[in-house]
Design a protein around this ligand. Sequence first.
Ligand code: 3PY
Ligand code: ZN
Length: 637
Amino acid sequence: PFLDNILKHETFRKGEVTVNFIKQNPDLFNFKAPRNRATKLVTYLGDVIVNGNSDVKKLDPTKTFVTPVVPKFDANASFPKGTKDLLTELGPDKFSQWLKNEKKVHFTDTTMRDAHQSLLATRMRTYDMLKVAEGYAKNNPNIFSMEVWGGATFDVCMRFLQENPWERLQLLRKSMPNVLLQMLIRGSNGVGYTAYSDNLIESFVQQSWENGVDIFRIFDSLNWMKSIAPCIEHVRNKTDGLAEGSICYTNDILDPKNKKYNLKYFTTLAKDIENAGAHILAIKDMAGLLKPYAAFELVSALKQEVNIPIHLHTHDTSSIQSATYLKAIEAGVDVVDVALGGLSGLTSQPNFNSVAEMMKFNERESDLNIDSLNEYSNYWETVREYYYPFESGLKAGSGEVFKHEIPGGQYSNLKPQAQALGLEDRFHEITKMYGDVNLLFGDIVKVTPSSKVVGDMAQYLVSNNLTVQDVLERGDTISFPQSVVSFFKGDLGQPVGGFPKDLQKLILKDEAPYTDRPNAHIEPLDIDAEYADFKKIFENDLSRKIDFTDFLSYKLYPKVFTDAYNKHLKYDSLINLPTKNFFYGMERGEEIIVELDKGKTLLITLDSIGRANEDGIVKVYFKVNGQVRTVQIKDES
Ligand code: 3PY
Ligand code: ZN
């Protein structure tokens, strides 16, 4: 590579080389390690063939897969105008007014974010999204927005899928330039589980916008305005995108015994969000607790109280949430969140295809191509099979959600977590305990990350055969999970009505709690200095260019980023590897095509797998574009 750099250097090519040429051109030393991507790719495949993908915990050897059918679209046609074009034309404030004045009901498609987060533990790969993104945006340009980023996807992308979340965003942006792209951001907790310094979140918001996000759905896991408002401000100050502030719905506004989370509470919070500068108000019903008649009351009241459009999000865990949409639409809600049929229902969003049918011939019907939506639903139904190890196992709607109030996204993760703790047969004890812990904590808003605290505590109590009563009676002798201690200290902010004081004492022991913003206890980031240090460590080894977005990934998830980086060094990018092969390797004789870059394609065949030698090394024989490649893999079994 050094010689290569010399030969390519402008001075050299002009024939102007002097004796000081090398000394004067330190950039000659900027070369990357040879990419050798094919070898790295077959090393990955060899690893999975011999040892399996460590993320796949249960394999069904009888499982067969059908190739998904990608609905047709014209690759050469230009993109029809959509909401993104309108935002560019109007700017965020006028766009918000436009939306409020629309008569028809609009739809956000969550298939590429919340749907798989809530059904498949967030494992959906960019590969499967990109197959349909362009066609979907061309065939269905009247969709209000595509939720494609944020929430748990950021973490899972790196942690389990060996992907770069920013690359996913950039690629989806390119494939869907006409439709608004939406993300979910946890206020001061960003896309993490704890508070970060304000300037880190500000930078994150700005980069998210620059890389493709248009709508920022902002919430706080305790509905704390002090965490929501700064994030709305970042969107207003640093982007030309839309700030969508959320009220997280919990409990039941129609329950006369519910004195805390009643209609007044939600309308006051909504007003605060509007006053903080939000362009859209979201009702974020993360657990699917907003029942139809309550939705009518809530949306009607909010329509009176606030002047910005209202966007409703729910999860269909109970299976009655399309009725909630019907009543919300009757009350004038502006946008609802839905997922394409194949990835809808249960802990995911209500079924887009069916809700679109529900609205047919109604005065608020939207201009949708339902036949096309059905084709895409079929695509996702087939793709979903690749992800079978990540299914939650929930087979039918559950009315119990109104008791335990577990968010959809958490529900699909709770079972594997219980399994990992050897508590699979006590799953319903955990869900019941979750409800008990919520009451013990004073009935809090439960959504990431506060929901994780409740989940951790519930699992802890069940696995140690403790009850809520035990906590109250002898909590001073119990050492609680770290997340619980941190929560009671104030690290996630302040819950509605404050912490139960006696319990807080039992849990914190001698530690003192605080009540101001967690960010006040975090030093602002010295971005320039830290970015420079980061580059020194990470810059030159990867085949791709490391940039500022990587720095943000690192600051949010230092260990996860570093692990993903090291895996990238070993395997290079796996983004173009088909999902079946990513999770399950290859079968003998199987041939696959992997497009490394535009126009650079590998035809890979698995010829044979040797036996482990006495050191446990297995030789795996591939053909890559006709040439034999052998990799040696350590059998870890
Ligand atoms: C997330 O924060 O990831 C959520 O989806 C919360 O509902
Ligand atoms: Zn959700």
